[in-house]
Design a binder for this molecule. Structure first.
Ligand code: F3S
Length: 753
């Protein structure tokens, strides 16, 4: 931690002067989000303010966090940067590869056996490059980050969309793809469009059955799954400061479900209490010295309409517990209306399983309040009707709740405690009977409830609620049960009512764990060997992509002319392919298998121009590669939208595709292609898309003159010998052309290392 406090002191030392300067440049009071963003500019203060939702800005994040599924390719790439150590504090967390089935002990042992190779690789590469490594069982990335690394006013990126959870401790924390993480780990800037700002004014105070989760469930109902896109959501007001820090984390976590860039809260007493309780009194002391800079200016919160792009008001004293779902997290139903809605929509009323915990809701407070309900089962002679599971967010939480007797209380209602890992939250739940695909209802305190998300069964209706509501509903076993008004019949045939949940925000005896599961990196990692078996099917060391030979490309074949929507899922599918995320050759067998061939309207069926036969896209491309023939991919609008996964750019690069020519790109994918040394081109005249024929051979006669702002010429030679010459635009600047010349951005970093 010593390393961290020095870094934090540096961030705080600069903050007052930079924020004052930013206020001058912007010419008005500042929100907290703006203060954090302006304090993390890569190039210091600009001469004029940035335009929200428009300007691309380079930032210098303070930290990086990676989870095990995404860290594999990110770190394989980082190896090529040629750096002895990561440039900013970085951690890796093993949480996604542990399947929940029996219980924590059995499931963890099985995961270690199955993914041993991946865990060993992540452990040794972390050790080598100065990366903190959290072993399998240590906990879920976002909970561990909140407990150990998040700090008010900081900026971090993480290779997981719920990185935003750290906003609960006053950070601007943003989920990114692995390629972005590699840039920051290598000491480069990180680019983001300056976000818009949504203010959420919280008045009143939570009480009774209502929990912080209900705030975000309500916000999701208002903004919908797209409403936060391109924006930071900033919460403020007496309702915000009256809530626990971990409750704020829950709210920020689910900001991902409304598409927000991130969410955050100003520094307050609850954050100070949490920092001190998690052994970070030094961070709290430093934060206290610059307290006004770690929250929005008073004038902003007094007149939010003037300073935010959109303002939402929520009175916590009037807020009802909500259940959101099924199948989408923005279908918000207050608990008093659930009976009516469920009957109207024919949702199965019987609840099969209640699941609490996950990265979203496994704080001490969450578990304590849920345990207070579990205790009432015996006290009031009730029986729990549904199955019940708990996924603790970290070993620290698990050990502490066990010490404080909560696990015993859950045991008494036959609960299963799963490993401190993602488990059911990411579909890593081997639920008995799920393969029968029966229609059924579950309730959970996680964040996402898309079809198949928890157990793979498309007919499981999942409703998202607070852990305390989920516990009450699991006890009742009935979706239409409203614990505020309804009673249950106990073993003696008496009507009983559940008392409101209660619980401490933080453990009175402090947090504790025998072994939190952390492995510090070697002080000097130069001697550490990173071992990857050449016969592994899950991991493969990367070889640097070849430099450009400074010649024009000639004789390239058209691999595919993709028709309509072509997202990163079409280019590099997820699902079962997740297994190969660390093996570029194996995962390349999914390249473009979801894209629709414009000539036959089929997926994964393109003509091999060498044989005239139709075959799978990866197979045809491998044939061209084996014959030493370059190829190009043609696409429609917004090519590469969706996730920021770099595999969608690395796979074509690896298999020998030279250029992607489309009507328009999704921005992140275009950048990813550039970073991997590909030509990312757009039609100067969109109608030229129609000129391209199935048997075309393509030449780039003026590639040797590749320069910023200069169009490239492409000759499409058709089967009958006729030719169409078209112009292509590109958005490469001088530096990015350098990536193309070097073969990839990483090759260039490596030569500079
Ligand atoms: Fe993500 Fe849930 Fe894990 S949202 S980090 S999958 S616990």
């Amino acid at each position: 931690m010593a390393f961290d406090i020095e870094m934090i002191k540096k961030v705080y030392a600069n903050m007052p002067a930079r924020v004052d300067k930013a206020r001058e440049i912007v010419g008005r009071p500042l929100t907290l989000s703006e203060k954090i963003l302006y304090n993390h500019l890569w190039e210091g203060m600009p001469s004029q303010s940035f335009t929200r939702g428009k300007d691309y800005v380079d930032f210098a994040p303070d930290r990086v966090a990676c989870q095990d599924a995404t860290a594999q390719m990110a770190l394989l790439q980082f190896m090529h940067a040629g750096k002895p150590q990561v440039a900013v504090p970085t951690t890796v967390h093993c949480d996604h590869l542990i399947q929940a089935k029996v219980n924590a002990k059995t499931d963890l042992a099985r995961a270690k056996e199955q993914s041993n190779e991946v865990f060993d690789f992540l452990s040794s590469i972390s050790n080598k490059y100065g990366i903190g490594f959290w072993k399998p069982g240590a906990g879920i990335i976002h909970q561990v980050v909140l407990e150990n690394y998040a700090f008010p006013g900081g900026m971090m990126i993480g290779t997981d969309s719920h990185t935003v959870n750290a906003g609960g401790l006053g950070m601007v924390a943003i989920g990114v793809g692995g390629a972005d993480a590699v840039d920051v780990m290598s000491g480069m800037a990180w680019e983001l469009k300056f976000p818009k700002l949504i203010g959420v004014h919280l008045t009143g105070k939570l009480s009774g059955w209502t929990a912080p989760k209900d705030v975000i469930l309500k916000v999701a109902g208002i903004l919908t799954v797209k409403g936060g896109t391109g924006a930071i959501v900033e919460y403020f007001g007496e309702g915000a400061t009256s809530m626990s820090c971990t409750g704020k984390g829950t709210i920020c976590n689910m900001g991902a479900e409304i598409g927000a860039t991130t969410s955050t809260f100003g520094y307050d007493d609850s954050m100070e209490r949490y920092l001190r309780s998690t052994n970070r009194a030094d961070v709290a002391d430093e934060a206290n010295k610059i307290r006004p800079y770690l929250t929005g200016d008073a004038e902003v919160y007094a007149n939010p309409e003037q300073y935010f792009d959109q303002v939402i008001e929520i009175n916590l004293s009037e807020l009802e517990p909500h259940l959101n779902g099924p199948f989408t997290p923005d279908l918000a139903t207050p608990i008093s209306k659930m009976k009516e809605e469920a009957i109207k929509n024919d949702w199965p009323l019987q609840i099969q399983v209640g699941l609490i915990g996950s990265c979203t809701n496994s704080s001490y407070e969450d578990i304590a309040r849920s345990a207070s309900l579990a205790k009432q089962v015996a006290d009031k002679k009730l029986k729990t009707k549904a199955q019940f599971t708990i996924t603790p967010g970290s070993e620290v939480v698990r050990h502490t709740i066990e010490r404080d007797g909560f696990i015993d209380l859950f045991d008494k209602i036959n609960a299963t405690v799963f490993a401190n890992a993602c488990g059911p939250c990411i579909g890593m739940w081997d639920r008995e009977g799920a393969e029968k695909e029966e229609r059924n209802t579950i309730v959970h305190s996680f964040n996402r409830n898309f079809s198949k998300r928890a157990d793979g069964n498309p007919n499981t209706l999942a409703f998202v609620g607070s852990p305390e509501l989920v516990t009450a509903l699991a006890i009742a076993g009935d979706l239409s049960f409203n614990p505020i008004t309804d009673t249950l019949i106990n073993e003696d045939g008496m009507e009983v009512k559940l008392d409101e949940p209660t619980g401490n925000e933080l453990p009175p005896k402090g947090f504790d764990a025998e072994d939190p599961g952390y492995q510090a990196p070697a002080a000097d990692g130069s001697h550490v060997q990173v071992v990857v078996s050449p016969t592994s099917e899950r991991l493969q060391l990367l070889a640097p992509f070849a430099e450009w030979d400074h010649k024009n490309i000639t004789g390239a074949k058209l691999l595919i002319k993709a028709f309509g929507k072509c997202t990163t899922d079409h280019i590099s599918m997820a699902g079962p392919w997740l297994r190969f995320r660390g093996h570029l050759d194996n995962i390349s067998n999914n390249m473009l298998i979801g894209a629709i061939n414009a000539f036959n309207q089929k997926a994964n069926s393109v003509k091999n121009q060498l044989t005239g036969e139709y075959d799978a896209v990866p197979a045809v491309q491998r044939a061209y590669k084996a014959a030493g023939i370059p190829s190009i991919v043609v696409g429609d609008h917004n090519y590469g939208e969706g996730s920021s996964r770099e595999h969608a750019a690395m796979e074509p690069r690896f298999l020998g595709v030279k250029a992607v020519l489309v009507k328009s790109f999704a921005r992140i994918h275009e950048t990813n292609l550039k970073k991997q040394g590909m030509l990312a081109l757009t039609f100067a005249n969109e109608a030229d898309y129609d000129l391209i024929q199935e048997d075309d051979t393509i030449n780039f006669p003026d590639l040797v003159e590749f320069a910023p702002g200069k169009q490239l010429t492409l000759e499409f030679v058709h089967k009958d010998g006729s030719k169409d010459v078209i112009m292509a635009n590109h958005s490469y600047n001088e530096g990015q052309i350098g990536w193309f010349v070097a073969g990839s951005a990483l090759n260039l970093i490596a030569t500079e290392a």
